[in-house]
Design a protein. Sequence first.
Length: 356
Amino acid sequence: MTRLHDAAVRGFASDNYSGIHPEVLAAIATANEGHEVAYGEDAYTARLNDVMVDQFGAGAEAFPVFNGTGANVVGLQSMLPRWGAVVAAASAHINVDEGGAPERVAGIKLLTVPTEDGKLTPELVDREAWGWGDEHRAQPLVVSITQSTELGTVYTPDEVRALADHAHGLGMRLHMDGARLSNAAASLDLPLRAFTRDAGVDVLSLGGTKNGAMLAEAIVVLDPEASEGLKFLRKLNMQLASKMRFVSAQLIALYEGDLWLRNAAHANAMAARLRAGIEAGIADGSIRGVAFSQPTQANGIFATLPAGVSDQLRERVRFYDWDASLSEVRWVCSFDTHEDDIDAFVADIARVTSAV
């Protein structure tokens, strides 16, 4: 097949735009010889579960799936009765970016709370955590948080523990959307379990695709009492891979060693470089009218730009508006972002804003 794209082009729209890390591609090739039993009864899926125990502790159980939406929908569905509801930030991916899948596919009521930084607190949870026993209200039984958040911020272990303790005290469970879990770990300089299982998270969506995999995510059950029926729900929701060894092999490649951390740390470092370059331009006057709207704690940067600047910049580099009404944009760095990509983009921002 002839390559149809320019392999030198990289943008800042999403870490989903990046390719597959060579070590992950090699793992797929390694798993490709001969026949293996289908639907998860293979040596690679068994090994993946051992890797998850190494990362998260005894009793952790992994259920590989194709994508993050599937991980969130099926994982949450396993945590709830038919009448259950989930308390989440209004900016949460399950609320904003999954096409209504939690509601339409899983039948889950989402009870959302506005936040300034994408992070829930026990006090914010209490705005929707009420009405138990009232047959007129969907019953709030799960709190779902995202790590790192959709606004690029990171929960500390203490913040996760406070939410877990609060949720458990109310008879609720804590779910974590970890599509960018590795970026949070790199930011915190902590093991994955330090702010998941050890902090009281019950069920985790473990990301791979945004961090160098092709199509590999997993639902990781950290407390078996918090989840029921995943074996059946995964199939029911069309997330059971027949050739599961190839999904599992990708996650083994990422999480058996430190590839997950190397990739995430690099993406975070590139985001920090981009922010530092813009800040330096603001300080010396070469960049005008740009302001940051969130702290940069992982691999995403949120900023506001002067009117018309976004469209001019997008003539060369693709990225998304976050809140067009505020001229707010999001820039995301990936495991394969180069320093030259960053420096060229900072120069573009200076060139365009100097003419405003």
